[in-house]
Design a protein around this ligand. Structure first.
Ligand code: URA
Length: 256
């Protein structure tokens, strides 16, 4: 919508902010009323013997599973995720956030989902939570860029959920095959599950306060749930538990 009237434009902007808009996604507004109504075309299956073509529902998880299985390297996996169009989060995200750190590291950390900073940078853990994560890893002489003790980092979801809302169960379910393949291809000795969503995706349960600090197994590899750094920023009183978990990781790497 265009107007030469400053006060009118300003009132429209304030109205949007009141409705909860926190950032501009495009350079200019799109008037959805002008756009031609998109026709929802059902995906069609091959014609049956009778010649009738039945409409079938696409199984998002099955499509994700075969795309993930076909990826033979981490680069191919990134391309397969970039080409996966069935997760609506992709439409609202600026960038795909695939990973950071050194592939092949002994430790792979799985976070939750990109936030605003990560969406802009196309890299996981670059905001305040990322700074805290780097400090936590440095405290046990590890780091995503460390040549001696590197950590490889990814997240359950590669696209930012709008307004940082919680991921929906179907979003986790359809991105899970990519995450499992990611773990397989990166082949770490040990997994760190930072927060509730990696626990939900990989252990099928949440409750990080109860789960943290207890070693478990994911895809045949030892896995340690721990608090997400963003949670520690909000609740610094839990840093003591996070420190205990880091020491437990250090011991595991030394013993194993
Ligand atoms: N927090 C996460 O869990 N993942 C990211 O990619 C960034 C922040």
């Amino acid at each position: 919508m265009e107007s030469a009237n400053f006060h009118y434009d300003r009132a429209m902007l304030e109205w949007q902010i009141e409705l909860g808009a926190t950032e501009a996604i495009l350079d200019r507004p799109v008037n959805r009323y002008d756009a031609p109504a998109a026709e929802e075309k059902p995906k069609l299956a091959a014609p049956s013997a009778s010649g009738v073509t039945p409409a079938v529902k696409v199984d998002h998880v099955a499509v994700a599973e075969s795309a993930a299985a076909a990826a033979g390297t981490l680069d191919e996996l990134r391309e397969a995720i970039a080409a996966f169009d069935l997760c609506d989060l992709k439409k609202g995200a600026r960038n795909l956030v695939f990973s950071d750190g050194i592939a092949g590291a002994r430790v792979m950390l799985v976070g939750e989902a990109p936030g605003r900073d990560e969406d802009v940078a196309g890299k996981p853990f670059v905001g305040r939570a990322g700074d805290l994560l780097d400090k936590m890893l440095a405290a046990i002489r590890m780091g995503r860029a460390s040549a001696q003790a590197p950590v490889y980092i990814t997240s359950v979801l590669p696209w930012r959920p709008p307004q940082n809302r919680d991921p929906k169960p179907d979003e986790i379910a359809m991105m899970r095959p990519f995450l499992l393949r990611h773990i397989e291809l990166a082949a770490p000795d040990v997994l760190l599950l930072a927060g509730n969503w990696p626990c939900q995706a990989l252990l099928g349960k949440r409750g990080i306060t109860r789960l943290r600090g207890q070693w478990t197994e994911v895809a045949g590899r030892p896995a340690l749930p721990m608090f997400h750094p963003a949670y520690l920023l909000r609740s610094p009183e839990y840093k003591r538990e996070a420190w205990a978990d880091l020491l437990s990781l250090q011991k595991r790497l030394r013993d194993g």
